[in-house]
Design a protein around this ligand. Sequence first.
Ligand SMILES: [Zn+2]
Length: 189
Amino acid sequence: MEDGTIDTDWVERQAYDLLEGVPEFIWNGESLPVPVDDIVDNVLGLKVRLAEDMSRAPGCEDLKPGEVSGLLLAHLGEIWVDAVEAGKWDTRRRFTVGHEVGHYLIHRDGRSQIFCRKADITEDEEPERTGPAPKPVPELEADAFAAALLMPEHLIREHSVDCGRDLKEMERRFNCSHKAMKHRLHAIR
Ligand SMILES: [Zn+2]
């Protein structure tokens, strides 16, 4: 879509299809948090690298330190995540990995590298966001994919009933940030 909106149902389905294809020995479809690292490694065959300096990635020499949160190097089968950011917030690391997986599955056609600046990866972005500089559609889609992957709709529904929509408890169970979970619970009613 060209108008800054995304087909969230379609994106949800992409994440659902990935989760559906995860072998039982990696994930039983129920336990939390969703083992995004095992899925990336064992199902997609991608390597996640925590990088102190993202400009060391091939072809990324011009990046400034701290400029980029995540990189997809599809031709190498690697996802690079900013190590400083990842070290501070495991929830952010997981979301960034999920976002890059979204690019890998949805957007990698013909592009060997995708750079995601900090503002490109937003755990609570409104897909309908408009304004003078709306976020590019692929970034919105990658965010929506990450949310759907880490917080699958059926598990959100099940657990939010189980814990009475206790936000803190939901964050703990899904290992997601406050803003990511708040946004997800708002989106799934
Ligand atoms: Zn991105």
